[in-house]
Design a protein around this ligand. Structure first.
Ligand code: MN
Length: 456
């Protein structure tokens, strides 16, 4: 099966150039102007942008949280991803305490296998520490899982500081890298206890118990441990200006620090938590919480300046009924937002069409940088001969509106309800096969992606 995408603007991290793209046998076969059609099906892409398939390196599908389970599993979440142009997701394999990493990985692969519609990989969560896990970190890297996740908050997931330091040193030995959730757990617990004791139990307490300085403190703390361990790290879902300051300080010391942010930190602000209607506020509960308008501006400036490497969604969806569990106690609201379906159109609309970033900048943070950082470059993240035939056809003129009534995400709201988009994803190819056509989903099968070392 061959497809010739004719006359589009092919986007890379360097810019946009007019070229035809030939997809054959699941791969990009050629990228050149004036390619002959031969026996390929020709698709007119005049006026369209052709992005490499977007990579979302931060999703949570089929995850148990707070006695419930995310609304999206690998079937629905991956279809929603594809519909928005994301052809690869990297989710998190989270072993239970006491479980081996290998067993945890096997369980998570079972959740995805035969269900995922787009390609997928896993970061391995390190939420326990002992000699076996230290050894297994090396085995995981050899199995194509070179990226890991650690938490500085959530008692069920946290390592002690000494353990985290040992894990960082071990990652250096095996050439692995960790993304870390940075929030100061002890003070958050204290502020939460104070809010509860005072009877302040509404969602308005959520951002007040997890203020920006406690994220920045943890970022700075982690970066000093990483400095001592002499290992690069990734700050996942960075949300505020104060954390950027900590990253800048570490980079000035010569440390390699990678930064991820999410569309909700770029576009939404913390005043939503003060709404009187419980669900209107609860549906935005996530950690770190949404921040102030000034933080959004700081993140956009950092994105434009290349200080932020990737934009991922941290998609972790719960229905409004599930959010209702925290009706009388904000700490019982399952935390997380849906978003895997809308990242590309949101970033195009509020980034590219608003003049804050270029098409190339968007390609770097959605495609090129995550492919390099997570070790699947140049198979993913670029439209070049030999790469997987993952292509997003973006029509800058096909304006749209985001609404829960028209989404593939298996959830009954979107934080971006009513948001207009400049342009939209009109076609998506996954390894050379048409996967999405004008919003309609075709049958596809995702493949497990083994990855190598960080190349960013
Ligand atoms: Mn997450």
């Amino acid at each position: 099966m061959k497809t010739l995408l004719k006359g589009g603007g092919v986007v890379s991290g360097l810019g946009v150039r007019r070229a035809d793209v030939l997809l054959a046998d699941g791969k990009v076969a050629a990228v050149e102007a004036g390619l002959p059609a031969g026996d390929a099906e020709v698709v007119d892409c005049g006026g369209k942008l052709l992005f490499p398939g977007f990579i979302d390196a931060h999703t949570h599908f089929d995850l148990e949280v707070a006695g419930t389970i995310t609304a999206d599993d690998f079937a629905t979440g991956s279809r929603a991803a594809l519909r928005g142009g994301t052809t690869t997701v990297i989710d998190f394999a989270a072993p239970d305490k006491g479980e081996s990493l290998a067993r945890g990985l096997a369980r998570w692969r079972e959740k995805a296998e035969g269900r995922a519609a787009c390609d997928y990989g896993f970061h391995m969560t390190i939420d326990d520490w002992n000699g076996d896990i230290s050894r297994e970190i090396g085995e995981m890297a050899a199995l194509g899982i070179p990226s890991f996740k650690m938490y500085m908050t959530y008692p069920a997931m946290m390592l002690s500081e000494g353990e985290m330091f040992q894990a960082l040193r071990r990652l250096r030995e095996v050439g692995g890298i960790a993304g870390v959730h940075c929030e100061n757990d002890g003070v958050i617990r204290q502020l939460t206890a104070e809010a509860k004791a005072a009877g302040r139990l509404s969602p308005a307490s959520h951002p007040r118990t997890r203020p920006a300085p406690l994220e920045a403190e943890a970022v700075g703390h982690l970066l000093r441990l990483a400095q001592l361990a002499d290992v690069p790290v990734i700050i996942v879902h960075l949300s505020c200006r104060e954390s950027l300051d900590e990253v800048r300080a570490a980079r000035r010391r010569g440390q390699r620090v990678y930064v991820e942010t999410c569309p909700h930190y770029l576009l939404l602000e913390d005043s939503v938590y003060d709404q009187r209607e419980f669900l209107e506020a609860a549906k935005y509960v996530c950690a770190p919480p949404l921040r102030r308008w000034e933080d959004q501006e700081a993140l956009w400036a950092a994105l434009r300046g290349g200080e932020i490497d990737t934009v991922a969604t941290d998609h972790c969806s719960f229905t409004l009924a599930q959010k209702r569990a925290g009706r009388y106690d904000f700490t019982k609201i399952p935390g997380g937002l849906p978003g895997v379906e809308h990242r590309g159109a949101l970033l195009y609309t509020h980034g590219v069409a608003s003049g804050r970033i270029t098409e190339a900048g968007m390609c770097r943070v959605l495609c090129e940088n995550p492919a390099k950082l997570y070790g699947c470059w140049p198979r993913k993240g670029v439209i070049a001969p030999g790469s997987d035939g993952d292509v997003v056809v973006y029509d800058p003129k096909a304006d749209g509106v985001i609404t829960a009534s028209d989404q593939a995400q298996n959830v009954d709201y979107t934080p971006y309800e009513g948001y207009r988009t400049r342009g939209s994803v009109t076609r998506v190819y996954l390894r050379g096969r048409l996967a999405v056509d004008q919003g309609a989903m075709l049958e596809t099968a995702g493949e497990f992606l083994t990855r190598g070392r960080n190349q960013l």
